[in-house]
Design a protein around this ligand. Structure first.
Ligand SMILES: Nc1ncnc2c1ncn2[C@@H]1O[C@H](COP(=O)(O)OP(=O)(O)OP(=O)(O)O)[C@@H](O)[C@H]1O
Length: 270
């Protein structure tokens, strides 16, 4: 039987009188790639914020690997291996790609308190060994995201899509069991998106479970094992891409928002 990694149970979020999410229930199994989609304002980002401890739901629970996340702070949730990327990646533009990833790894090490400050400052043997391991790991992560050829280029010289890859490397540096990707291909061209889909599959093949929020329908249809559709804070459909693209309620939800292009794309890929 499939092992559930994340489950959202009867979650509700209100902002004053506005119901952003109402009685949301869904789960993600180990090794799945699941997409959460829906028209603008449907509640996708709010759902991400609940899962990662940035928002406390008015009702319901989020379970991750058997633990109730209630009351946990974002960094405590990240420590459990539930890692998110953000819509905006902020790289250090005047550092190389490799150094950006190394800085990320150093921050991880500091956050986890792996080394004492004195050890690090004095360059004691344990600190030197750790530095060597982190350098090797940074090189491995740069290779993993496919930016090996650009490792020594300044991050500021990368295309927007490549900078987003650095964001993924920083998330991978935290050794996720599950990755939440927030609109990962927005602003990418078709070829960058294609490369990114391969990367997502590769990350999953290495054992990381994936949930993504994305507006790019062809991308969602090609990468997802399962799709959960939100509209006005409610789940209106859930299933594999082939079912979702034919679902009248889904088509209606997007048409209702005037997003005819999206519907056209869904139909074209049917
Ligand atoms: N901090 C907030 N305060 C008040 N209302 C909010 C807040 N955050 C979100 N909302 C409202 O909650 C609803 C859901 O918003 P949310 O950003 O989760 O939607 P979304 O599906 O992520 O949209 P998009 O695709 O445009 O990013 C919207 O009506 C939004 O205006």
């Amino acid at each position: 039987m499939a092992e559930t990694v994340l489950s959202i149970e009867h979650v509700a979020v209100h902002f004053g009188g506005l119901v952003a999410i109402s009685d949301m229930n869904f789960h993600v199994n180990k090794g799945e790639i699941v997409s959460l989609i829906g028209p603008n304002g449907a509640g996708k980002t709010t759902a991400f914020n609940v899962m990662t401890g940035f928002l406390t739901p008015a009702k319901g629970a989020v379970n991750y690997c058997g633990a109730d996340l209630k009351g946990k702070k974002p960094h405590e949730i990240a420590d459990l291996g539930l890692i998110r990327t953000f819509q905006r990646t902020s790289v250090f533009p005047n550092d190389t790609v490799y150094d950006n990833v190394l800085i990320g790894l150093h921050r991880q090490g500091e956050l986890k308190g792996k080394l004492g400050l004195a050890e690090a400052i004095l360059g004691l043997p344990r600190a030197r060994a750790s530095e060597k391991a982190q350098r090797a790991r940074a090189a491995e992560l740069v290779r993993w995201i496919g930016l090996e050829a650009r490792a020594n280029d300044l991050a500021g010289s990368l295309s927007y899509g490549e900078q987003r890859l650095v964001g993924v490397a920083l998330a991978l540096a935290a050794q996720p069991k599950m990755l939440l990707l927030d609109e990962p291909v927005s602003g990418m061209n078709a070829s960058e998106t294609h490369t990114f889909v391969q990367l997502i599959r590769n990350i999953r093949d290495r054992g990381v479970t994936i949930l993504l929020v994305e507006h790019d329908m062809p991308m969602v249809m090609s990468v997802s094992d399962r799709i959960v559709v939100l509209n006005y804070g409610r789940i209106i459909a859930e299933g594999p891409p082939d079912e979702i693209r034919k679902n009248p309620a889904v088509i209606e939800a997007y048409l209702g928002q005037g997003a005819k292009d999206v519907v056209k794309e869904v139909a074209v890929h049917a």
